[in-house]
Ligand binder design. Structure first.
Ligand code: O2Y
Ligand code: MN
Length: 597
C-alpha cells in the first residue's frame, strides 16, 4: 500500500504532467505567503488596491464579465448509475466526463504556476471535519481559499495522518463559457472544475466539497451536510441555544446569521452569536442530539443590500482585510454597492466610469470574502471541535402569500416534509402558486450530490429511538398585504420569531394546531416596541384552506417526480396533511386564544 503522502504526490505529478505548469507551489497558508500572492496580483492587475486609509488590506478583484456566478447548467454529478444522481441533478457517465474535461486540462497551465492548496473543512482537530487538496492555477482562488478554509501546512499534516482527502482540480482555462464544466465524482471523492474563476465554481471547498461531495459522504457515513446557517441565541439567563436554518438565495441568510436583536431585547440581555452563514455539517452525538460545525472559516457574502440598516455586523467586518469581487468604487477608492448608502460611485464593477444606463454599478452577485472571526457577532464556539448542539432547524422561503410567518412541524417526519416541499419565488409573481415558485428542498436543489428521493430517506433515518432531534420550523419573512407591502419588518425583528421557537423547545409557549403545522398564539409572541399595520398580524398567520389544498396538490406532484426513490413515509405524511385539509373546510384563521399541544 502506498502511504497517503505517496498517493498524494503521485496525483500531483499526474496533474502536473497533464496541465504542464511552469512552476508548482505547495501552499503553507502563512501570512507571508498570502502577502506575496496579493503583491503579485496587484502587479498583474488581478487585484486593485482600495483606499488603504479607510479600508486597510482591502482589495478589489474584477472577474471576467462572462464569469460572474455559479452555472447550474454546467454543474454535473458523475455517478456510475444515472438514478443515483437523480432528477435533481445534471448527470454524466464518469468515464465520459473525465475524458471530456481532461481534454480541456491538457497543457492548460503552461506559462502559469500550479498551486497545491491543502485545506480542512471544519476545525483542524474536529472529528466532524474533512480535508481536501485543491490544485489550481488561480492565485485569486488561493487567496480566497486561505480566507474561507483552514488552509496550508496544518491541513496537510491532518491529511497525512488521516489518509484521506478530496481531490479537487481547478483551472481557470480560457474563462470561455463554452469551455466550462464543474464536475463531481462522489464515488471517487473527486472534483474537476474548468473555465471559471468565480465563487462556487472555483473555490472548490465550498459548494463542490462541503455540499455536493459532502452530502454524498454524509449519507454513507450517517451525518448531514446542509445548506444552513448556524446561530446561537443567548437569553437573559446566559443560556445559549443553537439554531440551524436553510433558505434559498435572496432570502437574507447572512443577515439572519448576524442578526442584531431589537433594542428591548438587547436591554434585557439577549445576544446573537454567529457560528456560520451558509453551510452546516451535523451528526448525532452520544446523547442523541445533533451537533453541528460550520465547515468554513470565512464568508463569501453578497454585497448589494448590505448596509448599516440591514446588517451592521457585516458592514463592520468589511472595513479591513477583505477581498471584494465585482463591487463598484467611489472616487476616493472605497468599495460601494447598491443599498450601501446614498453616494454615487465613480467606477462600476467592470471598471468603467459609472453610468446608470449600464445597469447597477456593483454586479448584483458581487461579493466580499472575509475571515469569519472578523464579524463582531462571531461565536468562539465556531472553533469547538465537538460542534454545537442544535435545538431547532428552520426552513424558509420567499412567499408573498399563502405561507404564515412561522409554523412548527408536529414531528420529525412532518419537518422533513416541510423541508422537502420548500419553495421560493424566483421572480416577482402575481400569484404564489404555479411556475413562478421554484421548489428548493432544504435549499439544496443546486447542492445535493445525489438523488433527492434518497436524500429525504436519509433525513428520515435520523428518527431513531434515543435520538433527541431538534424541533423543525418553517418561516416566511416575506408575506405581503393586499397593498403589496411586506407585513413583517424582518431583519432584527425576526428575533421575536426565534424567541417563540426557543420557547417551544423549552416548553414555555403553547401553540395552535392546524393541518399544516402549529402556529403561535398571539400572546406568546413578544411584540413590545413593534408597530405593525392594522390587520397585519391576522394576515401574517392566515391559513387559507382552498389555497393550501392547491399547494398540497402541487407538492404531491413535485414529490412524485422522485418516483420509486421517494420514501413511503414521506408520501404517507403528505397524504395525512391532504386529508386533514379536506376534513377542515376552513382551517384556523388565527385563533388567538385557542390552544393545542
Ligand atoms: O455565485 C457564486 O458563485 C456564489 S454562490 C454562494 C456563495 C456564498 C453563499 N451561498 C451561495 C449560494 O449560491 O447559495
Ligand atoms: Mn449558499
Amino acid at each position: 500500500m502506498p502511504s497517503q503522502l505517496e498517493a498524494l504526490n503521485r496525483w500531483i505529478d499526474d496533474v502536473a504532467k497533464r496541465t504542464r505548469p511552469d512552476h508548482v507551489h505547495w501552499c503553507d497558508g502563512s501570512e507571508a505567503e498570502y502577502r506575496q500572492l496579493v503583491d503579485e496580483m496587484l502587479e498583474t492587475g488581478d487585484l486593485v488596491e482600495l483606499n488603504q486609509d479607510t479600508h486597510p488590506r482591502c482589495y478589489l478583484h474584477r472577474s471576467d464579465p462572462k464569469d460572474v456566478a455559479r452555472v447550474e447548467k454546467l454543474t454535473v454529478i458523475c455517478t456510475s448509475n444515472r438514478e443515483d444522481a437523480g432528477p435533481n441533478n445534471n448527470w454524466m457517465d464518469p468515464d465520459e466526463a473525465h475524458a471530456k474535461i481532461d481534454a480541456l486540462f491538457d497543457g492548460c497551465m503552461q506559462g502559469r504556476t500550479m498551486y497545491v492548496v491543502p485545506y480542512c473543512m471544519g476545525p483542524l482537530g474536529s472529528p466532524l471535519s474533512r480535508c481536501g487538496i485543491e490544485v489550481t492555477d488561480s492565485p485569486y482562488v488561493v487567496a480566497n481559499m486561505r480566507i474561507m478554509t483552514r488552509m496550508g501546512t496544518a491541513a496537510l499534516e491532518r491529511i497525512e495522518r488521516e489518509g484521506t482527502f478530496i481531490k479537487a482540480l481547478h483551472s481557470i482555462g480560457e474563462l470561455d463559457p463554452e469551455r466550462r464544466w464543474i464536475m463531481h465524482f462522489p464515488e471517487e471523492l473527486a472534483i474537476k472544475s474548468y473555465g471559471s474563476g468565480y465563487g462556487g465554481n472555483a473555490l472548490l471547498g465550498k459548494k463542490c466539497h462541503a455540499l455536493r461531495i459532502g452530502s454524498s459522504q454524509a449519507r454513507s457515513e450517517g451525518w448531514l451536510a446542509e445548506h444552513m446557517l448556524i446561530v446561537g441565541i443567548e437569553n437573559p439567563r446566559h443560556e445559549i441555544r443553537y439554531v440551524a436554518a436553510a433558505f434559498p438565495s435572496a432570502c437574507g441568510k447572512t443577515n439572519l446569521a448576524m442578526l442584531i436583536p431589537p433594542e428591548g431585547y438587547q436591554r434585557d440581555g439577549w445576544k446573537v452569536w454567529t457560528v456560520g452563514d451558509d453551510i452546516c455539517w451535523m451528526r448525532p452525538g452520544k446523547d442523541g442530539r445533533l451537533y453541528a460545525i460550520n465547515p468554513e472559516a470565512g464568508y463569501f457574502g453578497v454585497a448589494p443590500g448590505t448596509s448599516a440598516r440591514t446588517n451592521p455586523n457585516a458592514l463592520a467586518m468589511l472595513q479591513h482585510d477583505t477581498i471584494f469581487t465585482n463591487v463598484a468604487v467611489t472616487d476616493n477608492g472605497q468599495p460601494w454597492w447598491e443599498g450601501l448608502d446614498q453616494r454615487t460611485p465613480a467606477k462600476d464593477w467592470q471598471g468603467r466610469d459609472h453610468d446608470p444606463a449600464n445597469g447597477p454599478a456593483a454586479h448584483p452577485n458581487s461579493r466580499f470574502t472575509v475571515r469569519a472571526s472578523q464579524c463582531p457577532s462571531w461565536s468562539p464556539e465556531a472553533e469547538n471541535d465537538q460542534g454545537v448542539p442544535i435545538d431547532a432547524i428552520v426552513f424558509g422561503g420567499r412567499r408573498r402569500s399563502l405561507v404564515p410567518l412561522v409554523m412548527e412541524a408536529r414531528d420529525w417526519t412532518h419537518g422533513v416534509l416541510m423541508g422537502a416541499s420548500m419553495a421560493s419565488e424566483a421572480t416577482a409573481a402575481a400569484t404564489d402558486v404555479g411556475h413562478n415558485v421554484r421548489r428548493d428542498p432544504m435549499a439544496m436543489k443546486p447542492f445535493c450530490g445525489y438523488n433527492f428521493g434518497d436524500y429525504f430517506a436519509h433525513w428520515l433515518s435520523f428518527d431513531q429511538p434515543g435520538m433527541k432531534l431538534p424541533k423543525v420550523f418553517h418561516v416566511n419573512w416575506f408575506r405581503k398585504g393586499d397593498d403589496g407591502r411586506f407585513l413583517w419588518p424582518g431583519f432584527g425583528d425576526n428575533m421575536r420569531v426565534l424567541e417563540w421557537m426557543l420557547k417551544r423547545v423549552t416548553g414555555e409557549a403553547d401553540a395552535i394546531e392546524t393541518p399544516i403545522g402549529h402556529l403561535p398564539r398571539v400572546e406568546d409572541l413578544n411584540l413590545d416596541g413593534l408597530e405593525l399595520a392594522d390587520g397585519a398580524l391576522e394576515a401574517l398567520f392566515r391559513v387559507d384552506g382552498a389555497e393550501w389544498r392547491d399547494e398540497q396538490a402541487a407538492i404531491g406532484k413535485y414529490l412524485e417526480s422522485y418516483g420509486a426513490r421517494l420514501p413511503a413515509a414521506l408520501k404517507a405524511e403528505h397524504r395525512r396533511i391532504v386529508e386533514a385539509l379536506e376534513d377542515e373546510a376552513e382551517p384556523a384563521p388565527l385563533r388567538v386564544h385557542a390552544s393545542a399541544s
